[in-house]
Design a protein around this ligand. Sequence first.
Ligand code: DX5
Ligand code: ZN
Length: 218
Amino acid sequence: MSPIIAPSILAADFANMQREIEMINTSEADWIHIDVMDGVFVPNISLGIPVVEAIKRHAKKPMDVHLMIVHPENYVEAFKKAGADSISVHLEACPHLHRNLQQIKALGCKAGVAINPHTPIAGLSEIIQDIDLVCVMSVNPGFGGQKFIERTYDKIRELKRLILDRNTSTKIEIDGGVNQQNAKLLVDAGADVLVVGNFIFSSPNPKEVIHRLKTISN
Ligand code: DX5
Ligand code: ZN
């Protein structure tokens, strides 16, 4: 099965955002991944609600919003209004994760949970049936262009077993350091969605890179 490809606009040229979104629109990419950082949950600040609104004005593909922020419950409604189709919150930032997921679903969005590299899959066992999308971080969140953490393959296999065991339709998304070398191994391990930042946007031919990732299992 070909993976869902979600270019991460964190690696795009922010001064030419419309051009970058149009590149994604006319490519084989499936989603647009948008990283929101608050400088508290992660040691970096990226973009906020007005930028998501601006992207939405041009985007022809679903917008997958990854909230690396504390107290996401205060902002999910605004991100939905700005155009989010799926919203992921971090397990580590949410002591009342079940409530966060109910809130996101009540807004009509797909509900995602992102987990840091040190967070065990076992922490999802009581909530997996309520999650549409698990975003497995394969780098420490906060920055693009980092080195992929090899332990991720085992986590994907364990998560896939949990999903099959509980008979849920939860998708597995991998975020961080994804490239041509590891993409097929990730899909073979059970990944459904590949978030790809620098590997796409640093290329002179991003659409060709997206095509090669999309057809990685052919
Ligand atoms: C990291 C972000 C990622 C990042 C991926 O905190 O969540 O989405 O943009 O970028 P690359 O593919 O460059 O690692
Ligand atoms: Zn992300």
